[in-house]
Design a protein around this ligand. Structure first.
Ligand code: ADP
Ligand code: 5GP
Length: 192
């Protein structure tokens, strides 16, 4: 696939469900509006408050599979029983325009992007402890017991893959994690 002609960088953020990726990324975007965050497609049902085309493109399994067949995804993977994928064209377009591009995706997708964008940066967000991770998933109050069990099982696999990443970042204190993330992305810190 085409590589970015500019110096714009692709950053992949991965980490177990509930570790705080969404929280960190939304704070980062407030502070760094030039970053472009990819909007993924998924077959999962929207959670309360999630808007189609804003948080995700919510697709039927058939529609998702048609996009896969058409080569429309940069990467895609199954996670906890649902399909998730990164639409290819907008990522390539924003990199070509020179915008820093951020993907917030799970481990299998990160592995695929490592091949298509070897110059990209891959960051793993870690919880302060596994107990705190479970507290956060439950505290979010959006997932069923069955979904929580699948996410915790998957979390162990994701956390065990730490050595594959360019850097790991512990999301303990949110402000500290945010500053660390800005530093790793070479963005400089700015006050919120
Ligand atoms: P993810 O996107 O990784 O699944 P979320 O951003 O939805 O995770 O965060 C999961 C829960 O943890 C949310 O209720 C969020 O408010 C909380 N959370 C996120 N970061 C922190 C943090 N640094 N300290 C304590 N709670 C946090
Ligand atoms: P959630 O259902 O909690 O929104 O997301 C579940 C998992 O799917 C998270 O680990 C999230 O990073 C991942 N995810 C979201 N979008 C994509 C995507 O486009 N591709 C892949 N591979 N994973 C994604």
């Amino acid at each position: 696939m085409a590589r970015a002609a500019s110096s714009a960088r692709l950053t992949v953020i991965t980490g177990p469900s509930g570790v705080g990726k969404g929280t960190l990324v939304s704070r980062l975007l407030q502070r760094q509006p030039r970053i472009w965050l990819s909007i993924s497609a998924t077959t999962r049902q929207p959670r309360a408050g999630e808007v189609d085309g804003v948080h995700y493109f919510f697709l039927s399994r058939d529609a998702f599979e048609a996009q896969v067949a058409a080569g429309g995804f940069l990467e895609w993977a199954e996670f906890a029983g649902n399909l998730y994928g990164t639409p290819r064209q907008p990522v390539e377009q924003h990199l070509a325009e020179g915008r820093p591009v951020l993907l917030e995706i799970e481990l299998e997708g990160a592995r695929q992007v490592r091949h298509s964008f070897p110059s990209g940066q891959q960051l793993l967000i870690q919880p302060p402890s596994f107990e705190e991770l479970e507290r956060r998933i439950r505290g979010r109050g959006t997932d069923s017991e069955a979904a929580i069990a699948k996410r915790l099982e998957r979390a162990r696999v994701e956390l065990a893959a730490a050595a594959e990443f360019d850097a790991c970042l512990v999301n303990g204190d949110l402000e500290v994690a945010l500053a660390d993330l800005e530093q790793l992305m070479d963005l400089g810190t700015s006050k919120s």
